[in-house]
Unconditional design. Sequence first.
Length: 295
Amino acid sequence: MNLASANSAKSPKASVILNNMTILAIDFMNQAHRARSGFQMGPAPVVFNFFRQFKALVDQFRPTRIYVALEGRPVHRYEAMGEYKANRKVEPDDPRAKELEKFFKQKDVIVDILQKHFPVSVVRHPTCECDDTLANLVMRSSSAVDWVLVSSDTDFIQLLQDHPNLKLYNPVQKKFVEAPEYDYVVWKALRGDATDNIPGVPGIGDKTAEKIALDPVLLKEYVAKSEVEPIFNRNYDLIKFKEWTEEEVAQMTSSAPTKNWDTVKEVFAGYGFNSMLKEGAWEKFTCSFDNLWGE
């Protein structure tokens, strides 16, 4: 790690209206899980909620391009720590298993529709998480291009501290996220991340981690301790986004959709999304996306 980066500047508060060139980046699984709450009628409520929420985001930010990032298998993180995200596994006899099975089937429907018939680039790297994929798209982009990244995943805060052209929008809190004064990766490497099953340094909580992360001298001394160094370094490597090599970039796949609203309408009708298909409502829905086709 680079200890010199321990004191990153705070990100200024963002506005909704951005430059003429604005890329909207969607953390797909984060957004799909958000769609599990809300409307619950019919055979595919997650599909319904997702596309209603997606349209609202497009109307809010009016992007000129959209990336939707899917998950790959994060091989390098599993190699670093076999228990990475082990807390998320659900056994077949778990009461949540049946509901999750329904969710994943609907998730696949959403991905299929997006990949085939929506003016978005659905991207995926086979051996990296969607966080890494979105991070590398931002890293390789011109600093003159505005990005709005939609996710409630706090790991993206590290991008705010390195890329002033990026705004991170939390769709649950419905507000932009501001970066802290301290290096976020250093702070999280110290206190761990229970969400991803990454244990922190024993005895370190939020406030202590903040104090250490804000003081380069204290940080250097603390990390040098034999009982701290291996835990800190492992966590830092697990949390930090790394820029891909050209070979890794070439492994990323991207969709090539074709415009066919009639097919999408048929799918929606089959699920009984009547409120979206009413006269006027459907035209408003498709209009939100039509300018993204570049026609």
